[in-house]
Write a protein that binds this ligand. Sequence first.
Ligand code: SAH
Ligand code: SF4
Ligand code: F3S
Length: 440
Amino acid sequence: MGPAMNAPKNPKTFHIKSYGCQMNVYDGERMAELLGAQGMTAAEAGEADLVVLNTCHIREKATEKVYSEIGRLRKHGEPMIAVAGCVAQAEGEEIARRAKVDVVVGPQAYHNLPELVSQAAAGTLALDTDMPAIAKFGALPSRRKVAPSAFLTVQEGCDKFCTYCVVPYTRGAEVSRPFAAIVDEAKSLVDAGAKEITLLGQNVNAWNDDAGTGLHGLILALDRIEGLKRIRYTTSHPNDMTQGLIDAHRDIEKLMPFLHLPVQHGSDRVLKAMNRSHSRDSYLRIIERVREARPDIALSGDFIVGFPGETDAEFEELLSLVDETAYAQAYSFKYSPRPGTPAAEMDGAIPAELMDERLQRLQAALNRDQAAFNAATAGRSCEVLLERPGKLPGQLIGKSPWLQSVHLMTDAQIGDMVEVDIVRADPNSLAGVERVKAAA
Ligand code: SAH
Ligand code: SF4
Ligand code: F3S
């Protein structure tokens, strides 16, 4: 039997577009490797036979983006469209009802993508939103060529069930990949060109194995990989911030002085309604211990304004927590009710204007602290890992240990580590001059 009349042709080229968090970026890279191993080649969005939209469901706007993107793709041609990621998991068949797509594949099932693509080419909607725990990793090809700074997913899913959040539903329960598999993948990333590895997980610091190694034990093992220069990890939950991990920031040189530790809010009433299971004080005490272990650490966080029932006084408590912590950088969001989450049923919706006003005030405070943190780096020198070309000829952009972007003119190559004097600080980046190595 030949393919059905309206079936898309068997794709030879693909384009993957990832939205949302770094875990999606990692999954996007793995899907590209998987399709490449099938003999397909990467192409620009407008020219690809297969477009994979690797989606995010975290806020309403993120979800709506997917549907408008599908509309745009359909207007300009007839590529095969695969919806992957968290919208695929959350909305499944609903996507196929709302828009014309060929494949729907969840974040734990994308190792089946080639098979699903064949199925779609034969004319049937191909849908796989099963959640076999970490089965996909064993079914993926090995890493071949990667950027100097690479991602490595070590943990997936979330058991925390914050009342506003879809992640426990889209990514499933917390699972840790096995120690040996992670060390192997880290080694192959280094062989493929990585100098820095960022360990990823929705709750990365919940990573553990049967031996109770803990994330700090894993980092210690990666520290021994020759050629690997820097280790980072994200995102962490305050409840899983063990003393072992805090001490690692003092003891392990390759572990960079940066910690993304979302607090979400500064009011105990709101934190409780969010089901965060930490308090304002317990969070601030963790920050204190982290700073004791590593005084120069750059702190980062996530914040939600306008959670149902948030009063003026509670919002002020959020601002005062921000003042107290002095973040080096941060992400802040307006609360977005998500279908199926407990908070979506709560009373006390915050009017849009008030929500905007609060977000602006919070962002002004965060921008102030970021500019101050950057300004404090000016005049210092540090190592920079060169990651990409800058706008000017001879200019490269890299990252400081504190995850700031640093621009400099240099003869060095992308992937090199150079010692740099920071000569100017802007609110969002730094300008540096390469140190000339003293003659031996
Ligand atoms: N596992 C990570 C990341 C979760 S998603 C963590 O717990 O930090 C990233 C951020 O999106 C969250 O930290 C939170 O600040 C924000 N977020 C999640 N759900 C949201 C919602 N319904 N509305 C607005 N922001 C939300
Ligand atoms: Fe979402 Fe909370 Fe889990 Fe983070 S800890 S992924 S915010 S449920
Ligand atoms: Fe979005 Fe899913 Fe990541 S909802 S933030 S892509 S885990």
